[in-house]
Design a protein around this ligand. Structure first.
Ligand SMILES: *Cc1c(COP(=O)(O)O)cnc(C)c1O
Length: 361
């Protein structure tokens, strides 16, 4: 070790992100339900736009993402000037953390919260503070009780990953009021489109100057492989974030595909409708077999087994059948498995394996 070169404080505290597995030893046909991917794939229009972009790859992309922001603004009814685009919403979350938190500051995340939040806090040199949840739901009062003069950012995914639960808008409003104007409240809406007519946090952004909403093309738009996300906040915040954004952070092909995807509202609606239908089917099937399952507002369900041993055994049975789901022991939920809602065949196959596992048929 060379003692003279030392990384910035916090970097060595980062526990590397663990992504959903994609391979099972000895299986060629794997059903991957471990990363909340869209089972129907990206919109055919997004695929065509991506292919078409191939001929222009010698050109540098736009630095201001104007066309993509205009498309997002038009579809969601938002002011494009208050939108910022990033390499996945992960990058937008990174901009927020880097811009507003540093050494000596605290970033609040919750007990079963998304694992990227503490990673980003550490990367900025800040200290992540984890607040307990109540029955797998974000507890607004516990968050308010954990706020100190050093708190800079609070992260909440709504719907949450990996629990799939939601915080009511009235509670979020109470949280924003309680935090006051000096603490950024991040509402991560990665799964907003799966939660019915939920606006992802737009109305709270309009109401409170310190609320930032993030969204992604990785989930409902089926473009996780392409890496595009965006954020919405008041102008002053977007202006701050743009200063640390690399001018060419998004490629031409990313922007072309994302623009086509967001404009294909019929396809988006189709994916949301199918998801809701098979999510209910999957959850009801699990509950009927004695596997507890909270109501989910996302594109996955959290299957709660009697013990961590039973969850491990169920995971082995699924793998044996070539099905990959997500173990969530790292999220403080060792008795649970997070299962992405696939298409009809995938959901039926899951329930079949669990039925056999439970000795039901
Ligand atoms: C999947 C997910 C995201 C999306 O991340 P990208 O970088 O946009 O792919 C963001 N937040 C949560 C909670 C997620 O589960």
């Amino acid at each position: 070790m060379n003692d003279a070169i030392r990384p910035q404080p916090g970097i060595m505290d980062i526990a590397l992100y663990v992504s959903g597995e994609s391979k099972v030893a000895g299986k060629t046909e794997v059903l991957k339900l471990s990363s909340n991917e869209n089972p129907y794939g990206p919109s055919p229009r997004a695929q065509a736009a991506f292919a078409e972009a191939a001929a222009s790859l010698h050109r540098y992309p736009s630095t201001d993402h104007a066309e993509l922001r205009a498309a997002i603004g038009a579809v969601h009814g938002l002011d494009p000037e208050r939108i910022i685009c990033g390499v996945g919403s992960d990058e937008v979350l990174q901009f927020i953390t880097q811009a507003y938190a540093g050494p000596g500051d605290e970033c609040i995340t919750t007990e079963h919260g998304f694992s990227m939040y503490p990673i980003l806090a550490h990367a900025a040199g800040a200290t992540p503070v984890t607040v307990a949840e109540r029955e797998r739901r974000v507890d607004v009062d516990a968050i308010l009780a954990a706020v100190t003069p050093r708190t800079r950012v609070v992260f909440i995914a709504n719907p949450a990953n990996p629990t799939g639960t939601m915080v009511a808008e009235a509670d979020l409003r109470r949280l924003a009021e309680g935090l006051g104007a000096g603490v950024i409240l991040v509402l991560d809406g990665a799964y907003a489109e799966f939660a019915g007519d939920f606006d992802g946090g737009v109305s709270l952004v309009e109401e409170f100057p310190q609320v930032v909403m993030t969204r992604t093309f990785s989930k409902i738009h089926g473009l996780g492989g392409l890496r595009i996300g965006w954020g919405y906040a008041r102008r002053e915040i977007i202006d701050v974030l743009n200063r640390i954004r690399q001018p060419f952070n998004l490629s031409l092909a990313q922007m072309a595909a994302a623009e086509a995807a967001v404009r294909d509202v019929d396809y988006t609606r189709f994916c949301a409708t199918e998801n809701a239908r098979w999510r209910d089917f999957l959850r009801n099937g699990l509950v009927q077999m004695g596997v507890a399952c909270d109501e989910s507002f996302a594109n996955f369900v959290l299957a709660r087994f009697a013990s961590s041993d039973e969850a491990e055994a169920a995971d082995r049975a699924l793998r044996e059948d070539g099905i990959l789901v997500r173990k969530v022991g790292g999220y403080g939920l060792p008795q649970c498995l997070r299962i992405t809602v696939g298409d009809e065949a995938a959901c039926r196959r899951i329930l079949g394996v669990i039925a056999t596992f439970k000795g039901i048929r």
